[in-house]
Write a protein that binds this ligand. Structure first.
Ligand SMILES: C[C@H](O)CC(=O)SCCNC(=O)CCNC(=O)[C@H](O)C(C)(C)COP(=O)(O)OP(=O)(O)OC[C@H]1O[C@@H](n2cnc3c(N)ncnc32)[C@H](O)[C@@H]1OP(=O)(O)O
Length: 725
């Protein structure tokens, strides 16, 4: 199958006649083609040897297996690596060698058994796990379905409803839940795991415990009529949740085949579907996102220097507003001690109340116990001055966007904090060099740009200036990881990476509306493309105050590519500023449900007349494809500039920025990956055509022009991007 030597299994036979087969392929013991071959060989050997009575399968270093080796997907997709013949793993190895073996086997699961890892475990005749082990079939998050028999065995162990939930959401269960579900047979601590599994397999041999071939179990399966209803419900849910995705529906079909036509038929249908889905654009995009997410914390010149992150124990947050309180919440949730500073008692109390409310909402949803709430909130204390800042390891400033205020704060911080303290600002627009102008500490000033609500949104932009020291970036990356954010390291400029993309996105909506495209149609088309909401619904949600403030920054810094429409200011004049005022592009009822508002057309008319633009029938009848391209190609253009200016290290980081910061659909691989699927030349030509018709605003940047001329993909251009850092 594969050519690279990539992992193996070992076989050790004890005096009790139990052979322990151990999967070894760090870091997660993934099932590479080599591991799978070796697993078959170890099994064949154990089955042949007379001194082996029974088998235990386990993984090295406290991890059973993280599943099929995702790094081998690329080779199989491009045809560089030969795909295993149909059914080789699921039928020949997993079913006909492991499950059909004449000697009993038990899986000893610690750490994780995901995807193919759990599928191997389910083919054993029993499973023992540790209470915290994670067991799941997360293949759908990679655009494929379980391919080693998981679609057939999981329903037979836990029932249809739970197995569908586990596969369709890709969420694992912990060992302690798994035992209740029937997925594992017993839960024991790590140090008892192998011994218990050895005894268990000998007990099976002696018929003191059942010898179960899961593929043929039926008692957990619902009767056919009921099963059909469950499938139909699951299909309706899958269509509603992700209308553009086919593989969840394929997964349901494959499970159904096993119920209707028997598990062997199900296995073959699964094998065929897996091979087809592996080559789909959705799978390629989602696998790209998987690796891109893990790649954002690998920053050339920073994380390859052997620097170790310093320990951050205590963090001070300045400002208890929406952002500051969200940041404080994110920190205490991950066990950091936090001091929240405000300017007076009233603001301080309000800030602490916001943090409490953030935690309480978890308690209400049953995600946090009252006891955990008390323990978490005890990590937070409030102050009105800098006295207690002397022993903090990091400060995150999150006050209003006012340059002189921030300059004063950083000058004060330099006086009160220790010289090792990291000085971070949550500014979303202001130049960090300006913020640190009145200090001598430029080397430890860094941007920590959170997205609202900060305790929920997964992205963190870490902004570095030319002076920020690599150690500070390494420290920030570590804190980011500990508070469960995906960090992207970016350079210092107006709007950094995410807001620059966002700005193009919202502006183009205004351009189209002034020429006659319907507001609500644009939102519908963009939602159908896969964004969580269209640009107008989003503007309402965020509130026009933010849109206007960042708009001003862009007009100032990038005037040649700012579309100047009066629509938003006109609405603001009438106090229509979005969801907060119950009226924006939509009107909102008591439950904040949006509906189209005919009054909006009055404002559109007025802004058209100010801009001197007439309705163009072409724009009234624009196709869905044209709407998508006119909204997103300028975003691609701006993203190219961000890359070419060296604001981002690599295109894949911008894919993650678009997915996690903007809500760009991950199954399209992020903005640059999607652009490359269409081709740089095509995007360049369309932008050129629009530039001629509608002005400089659409003009493709030099980087895009260069890539188009070479016929090169935008994401292959890392070397060309000259870093400004
Ligand atoms: C036919 C079958 O049905 C098909 C399959 O099995 S498809 C695979 C199904 N399995 C999965 O989807 C699991 C994917 N992995 C994960 O969710 C997480 O990596 C994890 C929960 C296993 C570990 O998470 P965490 O401890 O945070 O470590 P994380 O940084 O994600 O991973 C550690 C390293 O292992 C790699 N890795 C994780 N799972 C892998 C896999 N299945 N194959 C290859 N590499 C994998 C990661 O890329 C990362 O590599 P890096 O250090 O070079 O960046």
């Amino acid at each position: 199958m594969g050519s690279k030597n990539n992992g193996r299994t070992t076989l050790e036979v004890g005096a009790d006649g139990v052979a322990v087969i151990t999967i070894i392929n760090p870091p997660v013991n993934s099932l590479s083609p080599d591991v799978l071959h070796s697993l078959k060989e170890s099994y064949d050997e154990a089955l042949q040897r007379d001194d082996v009575k029974a088998i235990v399968v386990t993984g090295t270093n406290g991890k059973f297996s993280g599943g099929f080796d995702i790094t081998s997907f690329d080779g199989m997709q491009s045809g560089k690596v030969e795909q295993p013949k149909l059914g080789f793993v699921s039928v020949e190895i997993v079913s006909d060698t492991l499950e059909a073996a004449k000697k009993p086997s038990v899986a000893a699961i610690d750490g994780l058994a995901l995807g193919g890892g759990l599928e191997v475990a389910m083919a054993c005749h029993a499973r023992i796990s540790t209470p915290t082990a994670q067991l799941g079939l997360p293949e759908l998050q990679l655009g494929v379905i379980p391919g080693f028999g998981g679609t057939q065995r999981l329903p037979r162990l836990v029932g249809l409803t739970k197995s569908l939930e586990m596969m369709l959401t890709s969420k694992p269960v912990k060992g302690e839940e798994a035992v209740g579900l029937g997925l594992v047979d017993a839960v024991v601590s790590s140090h008892e795991l192998i011994e218990t599994a050895r005894r268990w397999t000998l007990d099976i041999l002696a018929r003191r415990k059942p010898w179960v071939a899961t593929l043929y179990k039926t008692e957990k399966l619902e009767p056919l009529g009921e099963a059909r209803e469950i499938f139909n419900f699951a299909r309706a849910q899958a269509r509603k949740r992700a209308p553009n995705l086919k593989h969840p529906l394929v997964c349901i079909d494959v499970i159904e085949e096993g119920i209707v036509a028997g598990p062997r038929a199900g296995l073959w249908k699964e094998a065929e579907a897996f091979q087809v889905l592996l080559k789909s654009d959705t799978c390629k995009s989602l696998v790209h996102i998987f690796f891109a997410m893990r790649g954002t914390s690998k920053v050339p010149g920073i994380t390859d220097r052997g620097l170790m992150p310093r320990q951050v124990r205590k963090v001070a947050v300045l400002g208890g507003g929406l952002m500051g309180s969200g940041i404080a919440t994110a920190l205490i949730l991950c066990n950091y001690t936090v001091i929240l500073k405000e300017v007076n008692e009233k603001f301080l109390e309000a800030g602490i109340d916001r943090v409490k409310a953030n935690l309480q909402s978890r308690v209400k949803k049953g995600k946090m116990s009252q006891e955990k709430f008390e323990k978490t909130i005890s990590l937070l204390s409030g102050v009105l001055d800098y006295e207690r800042f002397r022993d903090v390891d990091m400060v995150i400033e999150a006050v209003i966007e006012n340059v002189s205020l921030k300059q004063q704060i950083f000058a004060d911080l330099e006086k009160f904090c220790s010289p090792h303290c990291i000085l971070a600002s949550n500014t979303s627009t202001i130049d960090l060099n300006l913020i640190g102008e009145r200090t001598k500490s430029q080397d430890r000033i860094v941007g920590a740009h959170f997205f609202s609500p900060a305790h929920v949104m997964p992205l963190l932009e870490i902004v570095r200036t030319r002076q920020t020291s690599p150690q500070i970036i390494v420290d920030m990356l570590d804190v980011g990881k500990k508070i469960k954010k995906t960090p992207i390291v970016v350079g210092n400029c107006t709007g950094f990476a995410v807001n620059r993309m966002f700005f193009s996105y919202t502006q183009l909506g205004l351009f189209l509306v002034e020429r006659g495209t319907d507001v609500y149609r644009i939102d519908r088309v963009i939602t159908k493309f896969g964004m969580p909401m269209g640009p107008f619904r989003l503007a309402d949600l965020v509130g026009f105050g933010v849109a206007i403030a960042s708009g001003m920054q862009f007009i100032e810094n990038f005037p040649e590519r700012t579309y100047k429409s009066m629509l938003v200011p006109l609405m603001q004049e009438d106090k229509r500023t979005g969801e907060g005022t119950r009226k924006g592009f939509y009107s909102y009822d008591n439950k904040r449900k949006p509906s189209p508002d005919p009054e909006l057309y009055k404002y559109i008319e007025k802004s058209r007349s100010i801009s001197g633009v007439a309705v163009d029938p072409k724009f009234v009848k624009l196709s869905d494809k044209d709407i998508v391209e006119m909204i997103f190609f300028p975003v691609v253009n701006e993203t190219c500039r961000v890359l070419a200016e060296g604001i981002a290290v690599k295109a894949a980081d911008l894919d993650i920025a678009s997915v996690m910061g903007m809500g760009f659909p991950p199954y399209r691989g992020g903005i640059m990956f999607w652009a490359d699927s269409l081709g740089s030349k095509y995007i360049y030509c369309r932008l050129e055509e629009w530039t001629k018709m509608y002005g400089e605003f659409f003009k493709p940047c030099a980087f895009l022009a260069e890539m188009a001329a070479k016929g090169a993909p935008l994401s292959a251009a890392v070397e060309q991007a000259k870093s400004r850092l």
